[in-house]
Design a protein around this ligand. Structure first.
Ligand code: TYD
Length: 258
């Protein structure tokens, strides 16, 4: 691993040069950060769980025709992905009020929104990823009108699919954040594809019956049992084998292992 060229290191992932041009290796760390990295911790096994969960979600989404950067999982913590130019936006999709939307607009957490709402934040850690309007995106050229239309359309399809997928395992999809990238095509143009990850780090997932949080809010809000909650999501998705000793998932015993 140390011989590979590191391209980028983020808060929860590292990107290395891939084995072929146009590819990268995405490594999932156990590190967790919140509140613009003011709060930090290492959570044993989180990277392994997010690698598996994100693989699963990306594969399901490509089955319904969403283009994604995912190529294959390499091992417990790494996946091969297509190299893209990341569009500097965090696209947030909300079905139920929570987090910053509740705070900003005074809507109680858990209140179902009248309709799905898509928001944009600028990817700028130094500014705390500020909320922006479509007007800013156009005026500053962060994405074209066509790219934005595609991103919104894909986000709503992803939301529809994931709401159903999670409902099937007794989980309410409250909100999620996704990122997109530009993949060059053969004609000198590019295609907008889903990039980054989709995992309990980037979604709010509440148990349908108890409203128990099964996502990163367990870390943000010091609720404890963070990896246990991620393990619960993976187990319900059928990624991890059942009947592991409680709180101690045997992460090496998994399905679909090459
Ligand atoms: P939001 O409520 O805006 O922020 P916070 O997580 O700080 O309360 O988050 C909405 C959803 O998007 C939530 O599931 C977390 C996810 N998200 C990220 O994964 N990364 C981010 O940088 C932001 C702003 C949100």
């Amino acid at each position: 691993m140390s011989r590979r060229k590191k391209i980028y290191e983020g808060k929860a992932k590292i990107l290395y040069e891939g084995p072929e041009p146009g590819t990268l290796v995405q490594y999932f760390k156990d590190d967790a950060t919140a509140f613009n990295a003011q709060k930090k911790a290492t959570l044993d096994g989180k990277g392994v769980l997010n690698n598996r969960i994100s693989e699963y979600v990306m594969l399901r989404l490509s089955e319904i025709g969403i283009p994604t950067h995912f190529l294959k999982r390499i091992n417990m913590r790494e996946q091969l992905i297509k190299k893209v130019e990341i569009i500097p936006l965090e696209v947030i999709c909300r079905n139920t009020a929570a987090g910053t939307m509740s705070k900003r607009l005074g809507i109680e957490e858990g209140e179902k929104l009248p309709r799905t709402i898509v928001e944009f934040c600028l990817k700028r850690d130094d500014l705390g990823d500020p909320l922006i309007a479509e007007e800013h995106i156009h005026a500053f050229g962060w994405a074209t009108h066509a790219e934005l239309d595609e991103m919104i359309a894909m986000t709503l399809r992803i939301n529809d699919y994931l709401q159903g997928m999670f409902a099937g395992i007794g989980i309410n999809l409250i909100d999620f954040k996704i990122e997109f990238g530009r993949l060059p095509d053969l004609n000198g143009g590019h295609e907008v594809i889903l990039a980054d990850e989709i995992s309990p780090d980037s979604c709010r997932l509440w148990d349908r019956d108890t409203n128990k949080k099964l996502d990163k809010d367990r870390f943000r809000r010091d609720l404890g049992d963070v990896t246990e909650a991620y393990t619960e999501v993976a187990t319900r998705l059928g990624i991890l084998q059942l009947n592991q000793p409680k709180g101690k998932p045997n992460l090496s015993v998994v399905t679909n292992e090459e």
